[in-house]
Design a binder for this molecule. Structure first.
Ligand code: GUN
Length: 307
């Protein structure tokens, strides 16, 4: 068996960002500057890191950006008023409301208030429906990134058995719909699936999006399959570390220096069985922001009838 190929998400993200920068330049010649409004509520450390990175990437690629930071005490009505204002702003092509939101904010009402043509997260029911029915839509960034990884590595999708483990609205379900649109034979699995390992072993393309560290083990992977690991889980105890990375001295050094390490939803030993896999970190993660940028440019073009 040939050694498993590591699919470098950062390199693919860089190529997509280069494409986006080129499109931004072409639009600038027509006097158009795509713009993203990012809404970051309160002080959630992970959200702050993600959103700042999104805004920074806008600046790098020449997109406009506006960061709005309502306090953690904001009400649903105040958020709805903010969204209405952003819907009406001509310099805003994409609206991103970073999740999670504080409990007093009705997230569902809010996401439905975003104008579908500015919904660069692809969370609005109108975009979900358009995607499902094969109409031009804004697709959620992480699932769209999975398709880019496959295509840009010339990994065939049509006719392949794709198994998606996890059925979230943000990753699992839209990933299944996008794979289906590429003519894969798609199975969606979840906690009630009978004999999950056997179903996973039937996969040519296995998407792990459960949110549990190292959940997909080596016995669940068909030798040579492509494994896309969407999970980002942080291990903080040495006991947890040893469960997954025992004997990996390089990673242990980093773990001891930082006090934690990241692991996906796929067990490290399962990567070795695959034909190709996305590592964590550095696999699927970098694609999400790149696809957000691509979606913002796409939204700018769609809104102006340029696509
Ligand atoms: N929180 C975690 N991931 C995401 C994402 O893709 N979009 C938004 N808006 N919030 C998130």
């Amino acid at each position: 068996m040939a050694e498993a190929r590591r699919l470098d998400g950062a390199a693919i993200a860089a190529a997509i960002k280069e494409d986006v920068a080129g499109e931004v330049k072409a639009l600038a010649a027509q006097g158009i500057r795509p713009g993203l409004a990012a809404v970051l509520v309160g002080h959630v450390p992970a959200s702050e890191i993600y959103v700042r990175s999104k805004v920074r990437t806008c600046e790098e690629l020449g997109l406009g950006s506006d960061l709005l930071t309502p306090p953690a005490t904001v009400t649903t009505e105040e958020m709805l008023a903010l969204v209405a204002e952003l819907n009406g702003r001509d310099d805003v092509d994409g609206i991103l409301i970073q999740l999670p939101l504080p409990p007093q904010v009705n997230a569902k009402r809010l996401l439905e208030a975003v104008a579908p043509e500015k919904d660069v997260d692809g969370f609005h029911p109108v975009n979900v429906g358009r995607l499902q029915t094969g109409q031009p839509a804004l697709a959620p960034c992480t699932p769209a990134g999975l398709i880019e990884i496959l295509k840009r590595n010339a990994i065939p999708i049509a006719g392949q058995n794709a198994v998606v483990v996890g059925r979230s609205d943000i990753v699992g379900k839209p990933a299944a719909i996008l794979l289906l649109a590429e003519n894969a034979t798609v199975t969606i699995c979840h906690s009630k699936t009978r004999d999950l390992p056997a179903v996973c072993r039937g996969a040519d393309i296995l998407v792990a999006a459960i949110g549990r560290p190292g959940y997909v083990t080596a016995d669940m992977v068909k030798p040579g399959a492509t494994v896309l690991d969407v999970g980002i889980n942080r291990l903080t105890t040495l006991e947890e570390f040893d469960r997954f990375f025992h004997g990996n001295t390089r990673r242990e050094e980093l773990f001891r220096a930082k006090g934690s390490t990241l692991i996906g939803d796929v067990h490290p030993a399962a990567y070795a069985v695959s034909g190709a896999y996305t590592p964590v970190p550095g696999g699927v993660g970098p694609l999400t922001i790149a696809m957000l940028m691509a979606n913002t440019v796409r939204a700018a073009k769609l809104r102006r009838g340029l696509l």
